[in-house]
Design a binder for this molecule. Structure first.
Ligand SMILES: Nc1ncnc2c1ncn2[C@@H]1O[C@H](COP(=O)(O)OP(=O)(O)OP(=O)(O)O)[C@@H](O)[C@H]1O
Ligand SMILES: Nc1ccn([C@@H]2O[C@H](COP(=O)(O)O)[C@@H](O)[C@H]2O)c(=O)n1
Length: 225
């Protein structure tokens, strides 16, 4: 039986497991996958690389339309490029991470990236899992299923410092909370749970348990329950 294309929005703060869960769910169900954080990181990388002051919203707004960002949607190898350069590695540096919230708060940047995200979702014939901060509230308010992942700051910091090969837990926790605060308090399209999103607290769940939970929610939606 052919399944209807399903649009799944997965939002939540940093380190709650959005990317790991979204990629695995998309791969398991044969859906496309879009990492919207990577797009904001890519435009931030371009600003830094082109000498734009990332503390100057007017300067950022003036050039927000310039970089050409291309996002891959294969969950096993998503990939991202800016003006033809593969930036999958460079967008994960500490410098980009520390500047991305300021760049992504600029309305002209959000308008540009939101339009790109909607066109990618509309082109996904078999359906798509889109992860970010404002997917359920702003980018795809008519998504078939909205999930909001949460986890305690302690769990998130432990996960991130594991990734960063034993980085100091306290410093990692403070950096996560600072980025969440900036993302939640910006005027345009802040990080927020949509009213009709299902909240999943992942603090005490393994990644596999979270994936199974989300796969079940998607399958129920596809079955029309
Ligand atoms: N339930 C879980 N239990 C343990 N570790 C997890 C769990 N979910 C994710 N992780 C690990 O936590 C780290 C962060 O996960 P991930 O990158 O998926 O989060 P994220 O919400 O996408 O973060 P960000 O928004 O900062 O990109 C990864 O190393 C991942 O393997
Ligand atoms: N829908 C989104 C997604 C991300 N952002 C901004 O990008 C930053 C990086 O996101 P990661 O998921 O790669 O950590 C994030 O801190 C936000 O500033 C966004 O604004 N909207």
């Amino acid at each position: 039986m052919e399944r209807a294309a399903v649009i799944v929005a997965i939002d939540g703060p940093s380190g709650t497991g959005k990317s790991s869960t979204s990629k695995a769910v998309a791969a398991q169900l044969g859906l496309s996958y879009l990492d919207t954080g990577a797009q904001y990181r890519a435009i931030t990388w371009w600003m830094v690389n082109n000498g734009i002051d990332t503390d100057d919203p007017t300067a950022i707004a003036a050039v927000a339309g310039k970089p050409e960002i291309v996002s891959g949607t294969d969950p096993s190898a998503p990939g991202i490029s800016v003006d033809g350069t593969d930036v999958a590695g460079p967008i994960r540096t500490q410098e980009v991470t520390s500047k991305v919230s300021a760049v992504s708060a600029v309305p002209e940047v959000r308008a540009r990236i939101t339009e790109l995200q909607r066109s990618i979702a509309a082109a996904a014939e078999n359906g798509i899992v889109v992860e970010g901060r404002d997917i359920g509230t702003t980018v795809l308010p008519d998504a078939d299923l909205k999930i909001f992942l949460t986890a305690s700051p302690e769990a998130r910091a432990a996960r991130r410092s594991g990734e960063l090969k034993g980085a100091d837990l306290h410093t990692t926790r403070e950096a996560l909370l600072k980025r969440d605060a900036a993302d939640s308090s910006r005027k345009t399209s802040p990080l927020a749970k949509a009213g009709d999103a299902v909240e999943v607290d992942t603090s005490d769940l393994t990644l596999q348990q979270v994936i199974e939970c989300v796969v079940t929610l998607v399958e129920e939606k596809q079955a029309g329950k």
